[in-house]
Design a protein around this ligand. Structure first.
Ligand code: C2E
Ligand code: MG
Ligand code: MG
Ligand code: MG
Length: 274
């Protein structure tokens, strides 16, 4: 708890428990774009607390861990994402973040049907939902996670592996879960136009993706150069500030600036390997 939290009005939540209780979890949505034609594939829901001292989700999740409320917070975010998604009724898929722990808890401790009810009661079809397995720690029990994933898949829910390559999202997890989608961590996308090693890494990941039957999302596309390179490589999907920032309102059409790059017919000059 910070000092500034203490001088705020009494009703301002200063614990995660109070924040959840106050239903002060606003969700923002960031577009995920098909790179071949600039069409909108879907949106990722990202939490932005509308009250309290936590400016960044990382700070909020750290506070939740301290209060022992990590899973409760994640499930509250999931509910908030479904609510604001169903209010706006956009086209495309809804990507939500869930840790392996929350996912297995949801499907083992709580009634698995509850998740599907939660989804359906908001008018979201299970096939419009993609769960991003987001890791704050290493997955300890891959087998339990695999059961959860198989169950969800049978019910039509899509799976994505988040932030692949940042150290917590492993190649073993990719090979065992064979998720429909793998999101490549922004480290490999950022400044790829000027870095031959990153370019070759993306190529190698495309081979692995083909082997395991996963589609790729390049995360963290910030510049037109990044965008051109990943599109010309043939990576299917992209996300990043250069394509659209997380916003309260869902985008209904692709973003004009990005579209110009995506539809330009010029041949990009890919950097040579150093
Ligand atoms: P993530 O799931 O990998 O989400 C992507 C993060 O990258 C978001 O940060 C997003 O704002 C940021 N980002 C998107 N495009 C760019 C870009 O071009 N450049 C840069 N530098 N960053 C970009 P955010 O919203 O701060 O979220 C951080 C993490 O917090 C998320 O990483 C996710 O692990 C977690 N998180 C956020 N919202 C939720 C939620 O509702 N539920 C759960 N369980 N976790 C969440
Ligand atoms: Mg994510
Ligand atoms: Mg990510
Ligand atoms: Mg991340």
């Amino acid at each position: 708890m910070t000092r500034t939290a203490l001088v705020k009005p009494v009703r301002e939540p200063d614990t995660v428990a109070a924040l959840i209780e106050a239903r002060a979890l606003a969700m923002h949505f960031q577009p995920i774009v098909s790179l071949a034609d600039g069409s909108l594939h879907g949106h990722e829901a990202l939490v932005r607390p509308s009250a309290g001292p936590w400016a960044h989700p990382d700070a909020l999740f750290a506070a939740a861990r301290q209060e022992g409320l990590s899973i409760e917070l994640e499930l509250a975010c999931l509910r908030a994402a479904l609510v604001s998604w169903s209010r706006q009724r956009p086209t495309g898929k809804l990507f939500v973040n869930l840790s392996a722990a929350a996912l297995t808890q949801l499907l083992e401790v709580q009634e698995p049907q509850r998740l599907m009810e939660m989804v359906r009661s908001r008018g979201v079809t299970p096939s419009a939902l993609v769960i991003e397995i987001t890791e704050h720690e290493h997955v300890r029990d891959v087998e339990r996670l695999q059961h959860a994933v198989l169950w969800l898949r049978r019910h039509g829910v899509g799976m994505a592996l988040d932030d692949f390559g940042d150290g917590r999202s492993s190649l073993r997890l990719w090979s065992e879960l064979k998720p429909e989608i793998v999101k490549i961590d922004k480290y490999f996308t950022r400044e790829v136009a000027r870095n031959g090693d990153k370019l070759q890494t993306l190529r190698a990941l495309m081979h692995i993706a083909e082997t395991f039957g996963s589609a790729l999302v390049a995360e963290g596309i910030e510049t037109d150069d990044d965008l051109r390179v990943v599109r010309d490589l043939g990576i299917g999907l992209g996300q990043g500030y250069g394509l659209g920032r997380p916003q309260a309102a869902l985008a209904q059409a692709p973003l004009p600036g990005a579209l110009a790059v995506l539809t330009s017919r010029e041949v990009a000059v890919l950097p040579q390997r150093r």
